[in-house]
Design a protein around this ligand. Structure first.
Ligand code: KIV
Ligand code: ZN
Length: 497
């Protein structure tokens, strides 16, 4: 039986503290709904006393969300707790998250009090919060740098006062994974009433160890993890949701699972990145642009032989359609040939050698070789190799007439024609093409751009079609945009294997 790890998402509270990444209430609701769909258990919606905007966001998120617990942050201050309780009034499931600093730095230089006084204030805050809600989480701020014996006393006292979850933040991202793991184990073994509460991790990434620390916390007894999407958060950020979820999923032998629908990870990551105006670094684990991209020849060859040779996660598992092979000067023949096949070309060895030679020359000048470059490379050597080619296109359209198109396609050397009507000449021509190919394709995206400004200039057309849950891209340029559109459509279809 797998044990469940509770996913507490604080993208909308700790994550949103990043300068320049503030969201308005509507955007926060959008993120909260995406997190609910993703399957998070707890959403920390804000710090209600901090501003009327934050208060309002907690109210509106509480109304909009059904399944996850909605959590509001407070200091260990009565007024904060009252305001948080008010903001949570519409939440179906609610939690107050209160706490205070427990490290020597915080006690002496920030709060300027004594360790005993901290324990009293912590317990009072939890007791007071329990008057409003049944679910109270206590955070021992800067627990990462706190003395473990003292931390155990604080935790025992707050559980005694009614805390249901005890959060052990490595607020400054200081801990080594082994030290953080030991801290959690110490609390498990030395706090007499620890079984009455769930231990939570909350790690920051100042030394790049937030995920490692979180995982060590879980391996030593924590059962809730506090995370943000894309690892956004103060300074170097918080532990990233996707990294923890996929670590537990990839290491099944740990016997730990989450309620996250991992196939929605990529989509949620993009939403958060777009709304927060915070680009995801290309090499970010799981959700970075390069997370499933291979550019060295040896890796490309290995991935093409068997994806698992160089990938521990199937990109589909996190909602990325497929791994990508980036063609650069370091790519080998296998990768080039694979891309040529996807583009609908088939070449004998000598022909391939010749194209590869041209490819390397171009790749020395240009960092990444795209499909259009490849078509030019092949076009220079071979014409007419494609299995699918537009031979004829006639359209009739205009005001008060039904648009009609006749298309002639050369399929494996033989020309076939078909006529169809549509809501415009392009729609009619696409329908005629579809009648000629025995495949079901859905047009996902269609983009026409003028290359320059005059009416006699070239139009560039990009299309994206879907067939059996895979996406294929097509391109063409022509002074006649209907022809360019049909050619681009056929170009995409020709890549379907
Ligand atoms: O990092 C931290 O200590 C926090 C607490 C407020 C939970 O974000
Ligand atoms: Zn934090």
């Amino acid at each position: 039986m797998e044990e469940k790890i509770i996913i507490f998402d604080t993208t909308l509270r700790d994550g949103e503290q990043v300068p320049g990444c503030q969201l308005n209430t509507v955007e926060k609701i959008q993120v909260a709904q995406a997190l609910e769909e993703l399957g998070v258990d707890v959403i920390e919606a804000g710090f209600p006393i901090s501003s009327p905007g934050d208060f309002n966001s907690v109210v509106e998120i509480s109304k909009a969300i059904t399944n996850p617990v909605i959590c509001a942050l407070t200091r260990a201050v009565k007024k904060d707790i009252e305001v948080a309780a008010e903001a949570l009034q519409y939440a179906k499931k609610k939690r107050i998250h209160t706490g205070i600093g427990v490290s020597p730095y915080h006690i002496e230089f920030k709060i300027k009090t004594t360790p005993e006084e901290i324990i009293r204030r912590a317990s009072d805050a939890v007791r007071y919060a329990r008057k409003f809600v049944d679910d109270v989480e206590f955070y021992a701020e800067d627990a990462g740098r706190a003395d473990n014996e003292y931390l155990a006393k604080v935790i025992e006292a707050v559980i005694e006062a009614g805390a249901t979850v005890v959060n052990i933040p490595d607020t400054t991202g200081y801990c080594l994974p082994t030290d953080y793991g030991e801290k959690i184990r110490f609390l498990k073994n030395n706090v007499p009433n620890i079984d009455k509460a769930v231990i939570s991790t909350h790690c920051h990434n100042d030394l790049g160890m937030a995920t490692a620390n979180t995982v060590m916390g879980v391996l030593n007894g924590a059962r809730q993890v506090e995370v943000t999407m894309n690892g956004v958060g103060e300074r170097a950020g918080n532990t990233s949701l996707e990294e923890v979820v996929m670590t537990l999923k990839s290491h099944k032998h740990l016997g730990l699972s989450t309620g996250i629908n991992s196939q929605l990870i990529y989509r949620t990551s993009r939403l958060v990145s777009t709304l927060m105006n915070m680009p995801v670094q290309p090499n970010k684990a799981i959700v970075g642009r390069n997370a499933f991209a291979h550019s060295s020849g040896i890796h490309q060859d290995g991935v093409l032989k068997k994806r698992e040779n160089y990938e521990i996660i199937d990109p589909v598992e996190v909602g990325v359609k497929e791994s990508s092979i980036i063609l650069t000067a370091r790519s080998g023949r296998a990768a080039l040939n694979h891309r040529l096949e996807l583009l609908g070309y088939k070449f004998e060895k000598e022909e391939l050698d010749e194209i590869y030679h041209r490819f390397l020359k171009l790749a020395d000048k240009k960092k990444v070789i795209n499909d259009e470059d490849i078509k030019i490379l092949t076009g220079e050597v071979f014409q007419g190799e494609k299995a699918l080619r537009l031979e004829l296109l006639q359209v009739a359209c205009g005001k008060s007439s039904v648009p009609v198109a006749t298309v002639g396609l050369k399929i494996n050397g033989e020309v076939h024609t078909s006529t169809a009507t549509g809501n415009g000449p392009i729609d009619a021509a696409f329908t005629a093409v579809k009648q000629l190919i025995n495949k079901t394709v859905h047009l996902e995206e269609f983009l026409i751009q003028a290359i320059t400004r005059g009416s006699d200039d070239m139009g560039k057309v990009h299309v994206q079609v879907e067939h059996n849950e895979k996406t294929y891209y097509g391109f063409s340029a022509n002074t006649d945009i209907v022809t360019a559109s049909v050619e681009a459509f056929i170009d995409a279809i020709a890549k379907i294997k």
